[in-house]
Design a protein. Structure first.
Lengths: 603, 681
């Protein structure tokens, strides 16, 4: 897997061309993204923007990916079924088969389109576009339900398939697929957008190959891969001393009465026989798979991708590619664990597990002595399906999958990010939502005190309050980290957990199970969802009083919490300096991590 | 009162373009086509000072008085700079109860190309403690769900006073479909706070999506007092000079408008300067009979790239100013952080150029102001592309400093010769620009080879041939005054305004309902034209429709037809042209718009006389890819019409230097532009 370093030899691609190729492939990727965004039909893709693109070298190794640590090895499943020598110009391959792709994608809604790029009669590169389709059949509209107990209930599965053979579209397979969607028009429109984007990618990458020649381009991609791999390995060696470093985090439940489910990560650094460092990631001690759909079929590339993104930081001259995964010498999972479930375990809600995985990776880095963020909250999804009455009085079905942002963990030098869902994924604006769905939004704002207290405050979550205008609707809620709130570090405290309440403040008030489906609401009901915040970083008493005051005035922290958590007394929109000094003189003891209490380690 | 007479006879118009370092002024006699030009140092603390200094300079040159001016045209970066530097007015936002954190939440995303571990959400232009809620609610379609409780507005007045707010933006939910409550809030606040600038979202951007609309409104409010004060200063200075002609300002959409319109919506000027350059390029290309151009405006820190087909400048509503999306109509251009001052650096054995810039001070090492980093200009100097003494003798270049900067920062770390390093810097710079040209061309369905490249700005003409080679473009046009094209654009610009209405609910094309809305918008447009004093024979109105397939997020703008079928057919054609496919899905009309234009008559510029090819000023060693050549340097002012110069050669003039690369031939067009064509071998 690890090629010998080429930097020592005379490189084919000079540094100037290397930079030019790097810029050109990034531009090609941006073009593909822009096309999807402008032409896709479903709100899920074009408003929420749940799509990603990537380019691969002629071996199928990722040369430029998206900035999300959830991709796996996307080309392997295609190459196993359709060997390189059988591929033709104009082919486009398609799959959404999670188990068949070893978790390259990890729930069936995500459709992957992959196309080879030919030059001189051989495959020199691949391009990929990938998007979440709103409905692909299955148990409930949206194809994702906390109630699912196997993957058959999560929609139609497409094993690796040749959708287009040398330019000829296999219309039958598309027809079958669209026929299985409750919203075939959206399915068709979104598929057209994905197809157009890979076609564009093939053209652009072809132009790069023409300009520089396949050999120079190949060498450039190899160098970029090597650069990222070396950087990640150098930085891992700075973080992790020899020996084994461990961290444990957990999700609460699978929505079927089971849990918590612990993910136990360790990273071992040792000297190999060749004198080189060996880095091994091991998640085998994680808990058994869940009956409910929170299993996360984790591709072997994911831990390295997460580490890679962390170490690349925001440096724009670095490339997010397979160099991250390649930096790890070994990745170990246990079949039958909830990170490597046996077919046909359900996977639909793996997003909350993936979000917890990101905070567990941060925990592992912190346990090793690195300066990674505190834990993030897991983004929240509210799926509503039901019927509403049109102006003419007819009953129409509708499906709304509303992703709601959360707070992210505080960093060593900055607050956690307030109110975000994920990389590239946007909200449904209130004005858009109300025009397209039978709801009225009563409020959409920041949840005060949801961010974990700290020198750097954890990001705050969001409140979104809906008035139901549908005749009736069934609500699925996905909120995690209620029992295991996002941890804080170095004195920083936990983020607050999320909550979903129907008709709050009335005699009919009802608190929904945080991970549940089948909640029936009717016209006039109010649904209030508050999402969780991220963990804090550093001692809350070290946060400048002025910053705490600004948080109070802006609705991020209440005056009560300012006093109790930060030792800052705010009265009449100003700091009471003597009272604050007196409180801050009595500085509480802290320990390394905080989750409901201060502890030295989370293992 | 603005003048009611815009006829240009006799007609001296003056144009003032204020940049970061210099203020450029052009005075034109629209009858004879004669032009007088001047350049003076900008005065950032009071730009109106340089404005008037410059106007007086050209008046003196032409021997006329300010009273004889019939038009004063101006491109300004006052609004842009206030937004970029966060120096606008202390602003508050009034929003609907329950939605105070509309700006903080934004679109709740981490940007697609940002890193989730390190990204920090940028501070909003208005912090949440200055965002206030009022009790009211309008629903989808503009239906009032809850009437405005006026007491919740009056309750704000004391808070706004206590917060010493200078400007208030009002953006209420669904106001684009029903501006009633916003107007009511504005009326109450204006009465209580007469000294505070107040903006309603429906006066700035009456379209759906509350975050983007709130942001545009806030930015507009933010720059309103500053722009208003600035306009008053200009008007006072003009009045002192007894100039009675109307002051017209360039907008981001490439048209000029009177001061009243700009005072209401100053955010419309956010891309004023770059838009003027594009208009200037279009105008000069037209005088050579060229209609399809790609402009590349390269300054010190950035480059603006724009594609113009058939003489028509495209507008976009998806522009950005700094970090912020600003969904107002702007010339559809791409800006990248690459200019003459962009710094080349090596890290991890990788060479990158920009976006950091040496700025005006210290500037490139070659300028001798103490710069030590290697810039794009230093790469040019190392290769001999710039005359060692710039014409006019105003400045000589420090060749040794430039070479040292390139050697120390790039050549040595990469193990290259200084010349190869310099070539590498330019190759990367050019490649960045090629990427941007692709964004405006191929990405939008145009083949760049069908276009003429028009490089301008101080550094543009140095890169014309190289960019053309990379793009397969066969013709390059160097304007007659590439460094002063913005001022020329102001003189050529039409007056423009847009009157837009979002449909309460997007839906199929309803011809009668659409015609009705358009006729109302037309009335608004006619009122504006009369107010601006646009003569009836100079007026034009175009009805436009913004459409999409049901479910899509982006709309395509096209001309409104006389039947629904015609308009829908235009939409399908446009979708195919842009994206290569259409869908079997319902087509929706989202927004209607009247684009009102007051035409500026083209001026017949005097033609250059034919002269013999002059002797070169001097020869200089230039290191081309093909080898070192003693290359002639010509003074462009000495070139007559139809002069032909074979590359390699360098043309020098007061405001810029142009390269004629080996294999290219320059021909001087009678209009003064130089056309470069690739020799066929």
């Amino acid at each position: 897997m690890n090629k010998p370093s080429r930097l020592s030899e005379k490189a084919l691609c000079d540094p100037v061309s290397l930079e030019i190729i790097r810029g050109a492939i990034a531009a090609a990727q941006s073009e593909m993204e822009a096309l999807i965004e402008r032409t896709a039909i479903s709100a899920f893709i074009r408003e929420k923007k749940d799509f990603y693109t990537a380019l691969f070298d002629g071996n199928g190794t990722m040369a430029v990916g998206s900035m999300v640590p959830i991709f796996g090895d996307m080309t392997r499943p295609v190459l196993e079924k359709f060997p390189m020598e059988t591929m033709q110009e104009g082919d486009v391959y398609w799959y959404n088969d999670c188990y068949g792709s070893y978790g390259a994608i990890s729930h069936s809604n995500d459709q992957v389109l992959l196309a080879p790029v030919f030059r001189d009669g051989r495959v020199c590169a691949f391009v990929m576009s990938w998007a979440h389709f709103a409905d692909i059949g299955g148990l409930r509209p949206g194809s994702i339900s906390p109630d699912a107990t196997d993957i058959f209930q999560e929609g139609v599965m497409i094993p690796v398939t040749k959708m287009i053979e040398a330019g000829h579209v296999n219309q039958a397979v598309l027809d079958i697929f669209h026929r299985n969607s409750r919203y075939p028009d959206q399915s068709e429109g979104d598929m057209r957008a994905l197809m157009a984007s890979v076609e564009l990618g093939v053209r652009r990458v072809g132009e790069i190959l023409d300009r520089f020649g396949p050999d120079v381009t190949e060498d450039a991609l190899a160098q970029l891969l090597e650069r990222t791999r070396n950087l990640v390995r150098d930085k891992m060696a700075e973080t992790f001393d020899y020996g084994t470093h461990s961290f444990t985090d957990a999700i609460d439940t699978d929505g079927h009465g089971n849990g918590p489910f612990h993910m136990r990560f360790s990273l071992t650094r040792e000297k190999g026989a060749d004198g080189q460092d060996r880095f091994a990631f091991d998640a085998r001690d994680s808990d058994d798979q869940a009956p409910g759909p929170v299993n996360y079929l984790m591709n072997k590339g994911v831990p390295g991708m997460a580490l890679g993104l962390f170490y690349l930081g925001g440096d724009p001259s670095q490339v997010c590619n397979a160099g991250g995964p390649n930096a790890l010498d070994e990745v170990l999972f246990r079949k039958g664990s909830f990170l490597q479930p046996e077919y046909p375990a359900p996977l639909g809600l793996r997003g909350l597990t993936a979000m917890r995985m990101i905070s567990a990776m941060c925990g592992l880095l912190n346990a090793g002595g690195g300066e990674a963020p505190a834990a993030n909250s897991a983004y929240v999804v509210n799926i509503m399906r039901g019927t509403y009455r049109t102006k003419s009085g007819a009953l129409e079905p509708y499906l709304l999958a509303d992703g709601i942002g959360v707070g992210y963990g505080a960093r060593a030098t900055a607050d956690g990010i307030d109110a975000v869902y994920f990389v590239a994924q946007e909200n449904y604006p209130v004005e858009f939502l109300e025009a397209g769905y039978p709801v009225t939004m009563r409020s959409y704002g920041i949840v005060a005190d949801s961010g974990g207290a700290g020198r750097y405050r954890g990001g705050c979550g969001i409140v979104r309050e809906y008035e139901i205008l549908a005749e009736e609707t069934m609500v699925a809620i996905r909120i995690d980290s209620v029992k295991n709130p996002p941890w804080g570090i170095h004195g920083g405290k936990s983020g607050r957990h999320g909550i979903a309440i129907v008709n709050p403040g009335t005699p009919q008030e009802l608190r929904l199970d945080p991970l549940s489906d089948g909640n029936m609401l009717k016209r006039g009901d109010i649904l209030r969802i508050e999402t969780g915040g991220g963990g804090g970083y550093g001692h809350p008493f070290d946060r400048p009083a002025e910053t705490v005051l600004q948080d109070v005035l802006s609705g991020f922290v209440t005056a009560d919490a300012a006093r109790a958590e930060y030792g800052v007394v705010v009265s009449e929109d100003a700091i009471d300096v003597p009272a604050t000094n007196a409180l801050r003189a009595k500085r509480p003891e802290t320990r390394r991590f905080y989750r409901q209490e201060y502890v030295d380690a989370l293992v | 009162m603005p003048s009611s007479d815009m006829s240009f006879d006799p007609s001296f118009a003056v144009a003032v373009d204020i940049g970061g370092t210099f203020t450029d002024i052009s005075l034109m006699d629209r009858v004879s086509g004669a032009v007088w030009r001047a350049k003076t140092a900008s005065v950032p603390s009071d730009p109106s000072q340089a404005f008037m200094t410059g106007v007086n300079m050209v008046l003196e040159q032409a021997g006329i008085s300010a009273q004889e001016l019939s038009g004063v045209l101006h491109g300004t970066t006052v609004a842009t700079n206030m937004i970029l530097e966060g120096k606008g007015a202390r602003t508050a936002l009034v929003t609907t109860r329950g939605f105070r954190h509309v700006l903080e939440i934004g679109r709740q995303d981490i940007p697609r190309h940002a890193n989730l571990f390190t990204w920090v959400k940028p501070a909003r232009p208005v912090p949440a403690d200055r965002i206030h809620e009022v009790d009211e609610r309008i629903g989808t379609g503009g239906h009032v769900l809850h009437e405005l409780d006026e007491s919740s507005v009056t309750a704000l007045v004391e808070k706004l006073r206590a917060q010493q707010v200078e400007a208030v933006a009002i953006c209420l939910l669904h106001a684009y479909a029903n501006p009633g409550h916003e107007k009511q809030v504005a009326r109450l606040l204006r009465a209580a706070l007469p000294d505070v600038a107040i903006t309603c979202s429906t006066d700035v951007l009456p379209v759906v999506r509350e975050f983007e609309r709130s942001l545009a409104t806030v930015l507009n409010a933010n720059v309103m007092p500053g722009v208003s004060t600035y306009i008053s200063r200009l008007e006072n200075r003009l009045a002192e000079a007894k100039a009675s002609s109307p002051l017209l300002l360039m907008q981001s959409n490439g048209g000029v408008a009177g001061t009243e319109a700009i005072r209401t919506a100053p955010a419309l000027t956010a891309l004023s300067g770059p838009a003027a350059g594009v208009v200037g390029a279009v105008d000069e290309a037209a005088s050579c009979g060229i209609k399809d151009i790609i402009t590349v405006d390269i300054g010190g820190t950035s480059a603006d790239i724009c594609l113009i087909r058939d003489g028509q400048v495209n507008l976009t509503q998806q522009g950005k100013v700094g970090e912020w999306p600003l969904s107002l109509p702007m010339v559809d251009m791409v800006t990248i952080g690459a200019g003459g001052g962009s710094i080349a650096a090596v890290a991890n054995n990788t060479l990158s150029v920009g976006p950091n810039s040496a700025g005006a001070r210290p500037g490139p090492a070659a300028y001798g102001h103490g710069g030590v980093e290697a810039t794009v200009t230093d790469a040019h100097v190392t290769l001999g592309n710039l005359p060692h003494a710039l014409l006019g003798g105003a400045m000589s270049l420090d060749v040794d400093a430039a070479k040292a900067a390139v050697t120390n920062n790039v050549a040595r770390p990469l193990g290259l010769t200084p010349e190869d390093a310099a070539r590498g810097i330019l190759a990367i710079m050019n490649n960045n620009m090629v990427g941007a040209v692709r964004t405006v061309s191929v990405e939008r369905g145009h083949d760049p080879r069908d276009f003429t490249l028009v490089p301008f700005g101080g550094a543009g003409p140095l890169h014309g041939c190289a960019l053309a080679e990379l793009l397969g473009i066969r013709q390059v046009m160097i304007p007659s005054a590439p460094g002063l094209l913005c001022a020329a654009g102001l003189l050529a610009a039409d007056m423009k305004a847009e009157f837009t209405r979002a449909l309460p609910m997007p839906g199929p094309v309803d011809q009668d309902a659409g015609d009705k809305i358009l006729s109302e918008l037309t009335q608004d447009a006619v009122t504006w034209m009369e107010h601006e004093g646009i003569a009836p024979d100079q007026r034009s109105l175009q009805a436009r429709a913004l459409m999409r397939f049901h479910g899509q997020g982006g709309e395509i703008a096209l001309d409104w037809g006389s039947t629904a079928q015609e308009t829908e057919a235009r939409f399908r054609d446009a979708h195919t042209a842009l994206y290569g496919f259409i869908l079997d899905a319902p087509i929706e009309l989202v927004t209607l718009r009247i684009e009102a234009v007051g035409k500026t008559e083209p001026v017949d510029s005097p033609m250059l006389a034919k002269t013999d090819l002059p002797e070169p000023l001097q020869f200089q060693k230039v290191i081309w890819a093909e080898g070192v050549v003693e290359t002639p340097i010509y003074d462009r002012a000495e070139l007559g019409a139809e002069a032909v110069i074979k590359g390699p050669a360098i043309l020098t003039q007061l405001d810029t230097t142009a390269i004629i690369a080996p294999g290219w031939v320059a021909t001087v067009h009678p209009s003064g532009a130089v056309l470069l064509t690739k020799e066929t071998t």
